[in-house]
Write a protein that binds this ligand. Structure first.
Ligand SMILES: [Zn+2]
Length: 128
């Protein structure tokens, strides 16, 4: 399939996922009043690696970029990873998707930020 056809097909999926995420953020903000719905945190009492992403995006949409990075410094990474996964069949994205170095780097970055946040941002949440 040509790249332009693949792009058109995948952009619909990507935009749809963005709308689903925006709907989730609206529910998170207006209905749940920014209370955590994280299953891992509810069960283990420890924040998961993506705890704070919703609050980061709510802050971003309110124009508070500093708060966004406070709630989760890698909030911007998730749509990038989603883009790479959805558009993996494109000629220019495929080498990134197949790169083990890229995914190991992403994993190490997420893990590093997670450990940093556990120690310095949520020190009281580790040992409830
Ligand atoms: Zn979580």
């Amino acid at each position: 399939m040509k790249d332009s056809k693949i792009f058109k097909k995948n952009i619909i999926i990507y935009v749809l996922l963005i709308f689903i995420f925006l709907a989730y953020l609206a529910i998170f903000y207006f209905v749940l009043k920014k209370r955590s719905i994280c299953i891992i945190k509810a069960i283990c009492h420890i924040p998961c690696p993506s705890c704070g992403v919703s609050r980061a995006y709510v802050s971003l949409f309110k124009g508070d970029i500093k708060a966004s990075f406070y709630y989760h410094p890698l909030f911007w990474l998730y749509p990038v990873l989603g883009f790479i996964c959805i558009f993996r069949n494109l000629k220019y994205i495929n080498p990134i998707f197949k790169s083990k170095i890229f995914w190991i780097s992403v994993l190490l970055l997420l893990l590093g930020v997670y450990i940093y946040r556990l120690i310095y941002v949520f020190p009281n949440d580790i040992f409830f």
